[in-house]
Ligand binder design. Sequence first.
Ligand SMILES: NC(=O)c1ccc[n+]([C@@H]2O[C@H](COP(=O)([O-])OP(=O)(O)OC[C@H]3O[C@@H](n4cnc5c(N)ncnc54)[C@H](OP(=O)(O)O)[C@@H]3O)[C@@H](O)[C@H]2O)c1
Length: 228
Amino acid sequence: MNIGIFGTGGVARAIAAKLVSLGHSVKLGTRNVDETKNRSQKDAMGNPPFQEWLEKNPSVTVGTFAEAAAFGEILMNAASGSGSLPALAAAGDTAMNGKILIDISNPLDFSKGFPPSLTVSNTDSLGEQIQRAHPSVKVVKAFNTLSNPLMVDPQLVNGGDHTLPICGNDADAKQKVTSLLNSFGWKSENILDLGDITNARGMEAFLLLWVRMYGSFKTPLFQFKIVK
Ligand SMILES: NC(=O)c1ccc[n+]([C@@H]2O[C@H](COP(=O)([O-])OP(=O)(O)OC[C@H]3O[C@@H](n4cnc5c(N)ncnc54)[C@H](OP(=O)(O)O)[C@@H]3O)[C@@H](O)[C@H]2O)c1
């Protein structure tokens, strides 16, 4: 399958490499294609230079957000919180029309340092803002509650036995996303469908706790498991 990912950071890279290993074709979307492909410095999160990563992942192509949107049968949003709505606006509704968009973003505000706060919360969420701005797109919020190594290799923690919440308005889209997540190693019984996209409020607010636990554990390799 062709998959378009908005973003070139740690999340986009981890997922792109996983998808390629599963036989998919991936195009990453970025603001300035030439500038991104030639990046020879670590990014803001300390990831290796993009140029270096691309050399090791030669089958991944890079284009504008609009080109990634047109390429993908399924789309993923791995842009920063503040960059997500601009990235999707640049992608354009024509190219995204009717497609599934797996939204991984978190509305984190690092302007006052660590731990970050949320730019939207309580009665709204970034997932809902994206869905409202692009009503023809089937937004499925997923993967925002855990670090990128775990997204693509759930076995890294507790033998893969932990919970992955998802939400979105379209049942068929959530089913298709679940199948993709299964191929990543996520067991269906651990994928928790919370319901419609308003549940992104809870999933994104979880980051307030996540960053505190990260500060305490000093590792991003943890995830919750719901027991009843
Ligand atoms: N890091 C994780 O493990 C993790 C886990 C769960 C969720 N998330 C969420 O996933 C998303 C990606 O995280 P990340 O750590 O991979 O990368 P990031 O550093 O949060 O975001 C990098 C991407 O955001 C894009 N971007 C930044 N400002 C933009 C703007 N004004 N307009 C359009 N695009 C813009 C950049 O585009 P260019 O390519 O043009 O520079 C880049 O591709 C974030 O929303 C994050 O909160 C991250």
